[in-house]
Design a protein around this ligand. Structure first.
Ligand code: FES
Ligand code: FES
Length: 151
């Protein structure tokens, strides 16, 4: 039995502890907001937060989640979070496949560092690949969200 929390909700499962967290989220819980890109820990599309820290859910096994608090993009489901608003307003979302991971990685960054410099934003998001936007708009959106959240 593995027990942990997903977006604050207690979860208990007898699934194989070697099940990948991304598969458990998408297939076990029907939470399909977490996306799979490379499946190898390289693209960041599958990013979730574990106890507030970014984690590639394609590399995390269910057994490693015991006692953890996992946050997925569904925690931001109302679409009104300043990070989501800034990304939409500043054109940082095109196909949107990378966006859940970027929102979560940004959330972790701004929790640790509410007023990052552009270089700090780039460093924090270097594990989240985007094929569409070229990152300039993503960086601008993160800086805008930081301003709004601290103001
Ligand atoms: S799908 Fe997990 S890092 Fe690419
Ligand atoms: S918006 Fe398409 S991959 Fe980022």
């Amino acid at each position: 039995m593995t027990r942990f929390r997903v977006n604050g909700r207690p979860v208990e499962t007898d699934d194989d502890p070697c099940t990948r967290l991304i598969d458990f989220l998408r297939e076990g819980l029907g939470m399909t907001g977490t996306k799979e890109g490379c499946g190898k820990g390289e693209c960041g599309a599958c990013t979730v937060l574990m106890d507030g820290k970014i984690a590639d859910s394609c590399l995390v096994m269910l057994g490693q989640c015991e006692g953890a608090s996992v946050t997925t993009i569904e925690a931001f489901a109302d679409g009104r979070h300043p990070i989501q608003r800034a990304m939409a307003d500043l054109g940082a979302v095109q196909c949107g496949f990378c966006t859940p991971g970027l929102v979560l990685a940004t959330s972790a960054l701004l929790s640790d560092n509410p007023a990052p410099t552009p270089a700090e934003v780039r460093r924090a998001l270097e594990g989240n690949l985007c094929r569409c936007t070229g990152y300039v708009k993503v960086e601008a959106a993160v800086l805008e969200a930081a301003k709004e959240m601290s103001g």
